[in-house]
Design a binder for this molecule. Structure first.
Ligand SMILES: Cc1cc2nc3c(=O)[nH]c(=O)nc-3n(C[C@H](O)[C@H](O)[C@H](O)COP(=O)(O)OP(=O)(O)OC[C@H]3O[C@@H](n4cnc5c(N)ncnc54)[C@H](O)[C@@H]3O)c2cc1C
Length: 327
């Protein structure tokens, strides 16, 4: 019996959220007297090494070209086959794009209980796991008890540390049979307006986000410039994505991506509850708004009352100067 953890490679590296998931799985294994098996798909040696360092004791490496497109149906079938072979009773995902799509499918296949978006380590309570997650748009937390035979938990990215130690994992190949899955990706579109090379939004530690106060898409180069100077990922409020000023994958909040960065800079965003729901787990919040009564200031650690069009260039300049002095 093992705790199974799904890991993913992105831009040549094991995703940070996957390493968090392996660490978390190790904690559950410790609490339940079992060990961690990690599933790695189309991974190379260096990736397997990192997964081992994060605490996996066994790594099952699946090489399959059909899985390169991250098709949710194929991934769910893959994790199901591995979970059955390993007799896994606890399965861990990150609550990211893949985890949001695959974990519920897998839960239905395995008749497993699922808690999506855990923010703390579980408490073992007899045969149950008590798992904490945010509810009511982050205004409260609730503890869900999973008492099914197989339990699935997905983790809110940036909620758990990544600790790397010695790699003592054994690695073996695992062949999956995906012939029964009738699924095919027909169109794949690459988003073109990401700030190059930055972390994907769900796992970004620094985020610069802007809202309707920016007036129009033509003003976003200013926001991107600030993000670039900080090494941050860009995000936006929902109306901004609805008006197609920015792509929908940048929209944060209740109906968008939920994030927990170390730093969230909100520019020209009013701070509606639906927006806060996705960002109020951020460790430090900086709000820039020309209305001193804007609700966002109540959630801010630091606030600047003023015109974004004056403040953003000054801030970018100051960051660049600071970084230049450090070198
Ligand atoms: C069911 C539901 C779900 C929703 N989900 C989401 C969600 O997931 N995410 C989300 O973001 N919203 C969501 N919303 C919408 C939400 O209620 C707000 O309408 C939205 O967040 C407002 O976006 P905003 O702050 O960019 O725009 P506004 O509310 O128009 O605020 C613009 C802000 O910019 C400031 N400003 C204007 N000019 C300047 C300037 N020159 N310099 C500095 N500041 C300036 C203004 O003072 C104002 O505070 C949802 C709503 C509903 C009903």
């Amino acid at each position: 019996m093992s705790v199974l953890v799904y890991t993913e490679i992105n831009k040549g590296k094991v995703k940070k959220s996957s390493l968090e998931a392996v660490n978390y799985a190790s904690k559950i294994a410790e609490l339940t007297g079992t060990s961690v098996t990690a599933l790695a798909i189309n991974a190379e040696g260096a990736h397997l090494e990192d997964i081992g360092k994060a605490g996996a004791k066994k790594i099952l490496s699946v090489k399959n070209d059909a899985l390169k497109g991250l098709d949710n149906m194929l991934l769910a079938a893959t994790v199901e086959q591995v979970a059955k072979a390993e007799n896994s009773k606890v399965i861990i995902f990150s609550f990211d794009i893949v985890g949001k799509a695959v974990a519920p499918r897998l839960a239905a296949k395995l008749k497993a209980g699922l808690v999506a978006g855990a923010v703390d380590y579980p408490v073992v309570n007899g045969n149950s796991l008590d798992v904490k997650k945010n509810v009511f748009s982050g205004k409260a937390t609730a503890i869900y008890s999973i008492n099914s035979d197989i339990k699935i938990i997905s983790l809110l990215p940036n909620s758990f540390p990544v600790k790397l130690g010695e790699n003592s994992a054994s690695t073996s190949d695992f062949n999956v049979d995906l012939s029964a899955v009738k699924s095919k990706i027909v169109v794949k579109e690459k988003k073109s307006n990401d700030v190059g090379g930055m972390a994907p939004l769900p796992e970004a530690e620094l985020v610069v986000s802007a809202g309707r106060g920016l007036k129009g898409p033509e003003n976003w180069s200013m926001v991107e410039e600030l993000a670039k100077s900080l090494g941050a990922t860009t995000a936006c409020s929902r109306p901004v994505a609805d008006m197609h000023w920015r792509p929908h994958h940048e929209h944060v909040g209740q109906t968008g991506v939920a994030i927990r960065p170390n730093l969230y800079i909100a520019i020209g965003i009013s701070g509606a509850i639906q927006h806060l729901a996705g960002v109020n787990g951020s460790k430090t919040i900086v709000v820039i708004n020309n209305d001193k009564e804007a609700p966002f200031f109540k959630s801010a650690d630091y606030g600047i009352v003023g015109d974004a069009f004056t403040i953003i260039p000054k801030l970018t300049e100051a960051v660049k100067k600071f970084k230049a002095n450090q070198n």
